[in-house]
Design a protein around this ligand. Sequence first.
Ligand code: SF4
Length: 358
Amino acid sequence: MDLSQFKDPKLARGLIDSIGSLAPEQATLMEVCGTHTVAIARNGIRNLMPEGIRLASGPGCPVCVTSNRDIDTVIALARVENVTIATFGDMTRVPGSTSSLLKEQAAGRSIQIVYSPLDALNLAQDCPDREIVFVGVGFETTTPLVAMSIKRAKAMGLKNFSVFAAHKNMPGALETIVNDPELKVDALILPGHVSTIIGMEPYRFLAEKYGIAGVITGFEPVDVLQGIAMIMRQLHEGRAEIEIAYARGVMAEGNPTAMAAIDEVFETCPAIWRGLGEIPDSGYRIRPEYREFDAVLRFDPEIEPTQDPKGCRCGDVLRGIMAPNECPLFRKVCSPENPVGPCMVSSEGSCAAYYRYY
Ligand code: SF4
């Protein structure tokens, strides 16, 4: 597909004008996807908003919302004899309470960077003498692939593959966000990738129960501006609905095959989110039928007492009540080279995006 039309300055100009003419005096829009956070920062979209319109970043970066307890659990798994941790690159630099996977690697633990759970499965086949533990973090975009890899491992009778499951689903977190007394969100810029899998139905309660407007959109500049323009139109007309501005990527019903794979292998459970605390039914754990692939059950690792990074305000950044550059450590102590918290580590983190583009 030719994406150049989604970067077209003329189209963008028209949308910016339309946003300007429809915008109310004041409104807070939250983008809840890390890729949107980066797209907004990279394209200077925050500065194009009319006065009174605030774009707040939310809890959409999977690495960032992973709790310190979960990071410490992965580190504890890395310390188990004969275990190799297979993980996405961002995770290796996230500081836990006293260590990180990168530090563990320097101390001689086996850490392998992979690009998908299927790479981890291949690693398990190639290294039958080692226990390969895949670190499963992220939202519904990655969860189906992890489910598929667990199903495949079971079908192959692979005994040295397991998963640390810390997946999360977005709608539960959004309910917590819209109930946050410290932040009044008027509308949500909803994630394109996640919605490709879950469709629009899981967001409908936001409009119906809370009167929050929401538009699912993509990641090119024109996509983001179109999503914002559609939100402005809803606010202007006093409507609150869930709409799709990303028809080339999202169908209202989502991807039933991917959802079925998630449902077969995982069940929902309470999950702890950095900044948001414990949210019922917002996590995925491996179902009893597949529990042999649950790394925590398999190894019962010794996890150290958890403490959050001192002075880091990632929790407030993820709730949208603080901009990254308002954190006292931003740029002074905390940078991508020396990250204090996960929001500065991840390529989708708000602090890293602010550091790079503001
Ligand atoms: Fe945490 Fe650094 Fe972001 Fe501050 S700037 S909230 S210390 S990651």
